[in-house]
Design a binder for this molecule. Structure first.
Ligand SMILES: *Cc1c(COP(=O)(O)O)cnc(C)c1O
Length: 448
């Protein structure tokens, strides 16, 4: 048994973990990374097919990003961002404003995704307060949404696993019953529906639209809900409702941004713009903790006045606009700007989805294989016809995870949904390998 792992357990309380599970499965001590691979202290290789919590975009220790980070570290590591600025932040915002959905042009920095969500919520609330609509004090979100773990972000979330226990200390958020394409209550399917489910949103807006300042949404992909995917038309319908009721549409592109859905931003699929967009994860290529929200001139202008009017957005984080993080974000854009990586990822996405369908669809416990961009999810069920879920207390996904780790693949399923969300630079030989291993493990655990 690894000495370092024992020492780790002596001191460290790991995120999103029942620490008792570590009695059996010790923490794996990672020594180095390269591309899609991680290596532990024993030299064992793992394919990081979940991009280290969805943030590694262009491979571990990407030479260009590492080099830019080193250069910046030799020049300026941090500076207070109130009244001071630096070249990396300016350059980053100028470049992003050229590729973001139309109208998004004013940037506010935070240091993690949840904080960007909270800042966006505060801005929306304050906007309405300052533009003659003080009755707009509530937020709307979709069922099974995930927007982060801090109290405000958790309030707009709806994954029981994270939220339920804390209900007494959370805000009272208005919930819209969102799309559920695999188990569509209207008997339709993702590719040929008219988003009949948006009627639920119409009803909710009719009831609560006037008291609502913003609707938060994970565009096209509800990640933590189990990589649930819904059509772009649904976003268009939400945009119309938001316009009708003077409600801000806040796009949580923390997981979907930066090419994960095949386009740079998921909202591009819908051809509409949100009023506020939150970015993190892929923003720095998985190098540095940084997030931002970006909004419109119109919202910005509602805060722009003489100091004495008290209209400023008095929100801050110590590490706002950190130069090291901004240098990584610029390096990511250097690599992605000409579109080659995205184009290759799109081609590979078709290959990836095809081999997953080929290998998994016929399995009696595979209910659905769904994909968007390189993200592929396999929902395991007890009964294919009725779509009855597996008994969650069996922790089937977790058993598969443990088996796959032994064989050098990091899967970390969401409940009983196995998914792949690899760095955009993954190659076909690794897609072959990880899908073979996943299938092997699936067969070993569910041998019926
Ligand atoms: C990860 C994530 C967040 C939270 O970001 P953190 O940096 O973990 O706080 C919010 N929304 C979505 C969709 C995410 O995937």
């Amino acid at each position: 048994m690894n000495n370092l792992a024992e020492k780790d357990l002596k001191y460290i309380w790991h995120p999103c973990s029942q620490m008792k599970d570590y009695e059996e499965l010790k923490p794996i001590v990672i020594e180095r990374g390269e591309g899609v691979y991680l290596y532990d202290t024993e030299g064992k290789r793992y394919v990081d097919v979940i991009s280290s919590w969805w943030c590694n975009l262009l491979g571990h220790c990407n030479p260009h990003i590492s080099e830019e980070l080193k250069k910046q570290a030799g020049k300026l590591e941090h500076v207070i961002f109130a009244n001071f600025t630096h070249k990396q932040a300016i350059r980053l915002c100028e470049r992003l404003s050229k590729i973001l959905p139309e109208g998004l042009c004013k940037f506010n920095f935070t240091d993690n995704g949840s904080s960007a969500i909270e800042a966006a919520m505060k801005v929306s609330f304050q906007y309405h307060e300052q533009t003659g609509n003080p009755q707009k004090t509530r937020f709307m979100a979709l069922s099974e949404a995930y927007h982060g773990e801090t109290i405000g972000a958790l309030s707009v979330g709806d994954c029981d696993l994270y939220t339920k226990l804390y209900k007494p200390i959370l805000m009272d958020v208005i919930k819209i019953e969102g799309p559920d394409c695999y188990r569509c209550p209207y008997g339709k399917c993702r590719d040929n529906c008219n988003c009949e489910c948006a009627q639920k949103a119409v009803e909710t807006f009719a009831k609560y639209g006037d008291e609502t300042c913003a609707l938060l949404v994970e565009p096209l992909l509800q990640g933590s809900a189990g990589m649930k995917i819904y059509p772009p038309l649904y976003l268009k319908k939400l945009r119309e409702l938001c316009d009708q009721y003077n409600v801000h549409l806040i796009a949580d592109e923390i997981a979907t941004g930066y090419g994960r859905t095949g386009k740079m931003f998921a909202f591009e699929h819908a051809g509409v713009s949100p009023d506020i967009m939150c970015l993190s994860k892929g923003l720095t290529g998985g190098y540095m903790p940084m997030a931002l929200f970006v909004t419109t001139q119109k919202i910005y202008d509602a805060f722009y006045d003489d100091y004495g009017t008290g209209k400023a957005f008095m929100h801050s984080h110590t590490y706002s606009g950190n130069p090291l993080a901004c240098s990584c974000a610029n390096a990511v854009l250097d690599l992605m700007e000409d579109g080659t990586i995205l184009k290759r990822a799109q081609e590979n996405a078709i290959y990836f989805n095809n081999i997953i369908k080929e290998k998994f669809l016929s399995h009696p416990n595979v209910g659905e294989v769904r994909h968007i961009g390189l993200i592929n999810a396999i929902e395991l069920v007890k009964n294919k016809e009725t779509k009855e879920p597996l008994d969650s207390s069996l922790r089937t996904g977790y058993q598969i995870y443990k088996k796959a780790l032994k064989k050098g693949v990091i899967l970390r399923p969401l409940g009983d949904v196995i998914y792949f969300n690899p760095p955009l630079i993954i190659e076909r030989k690794d897609m072959d390998f990880v899908t073979d291993i996943a299938l092997e493990c699936l067969n070993e655990i569910l041998s019926n």
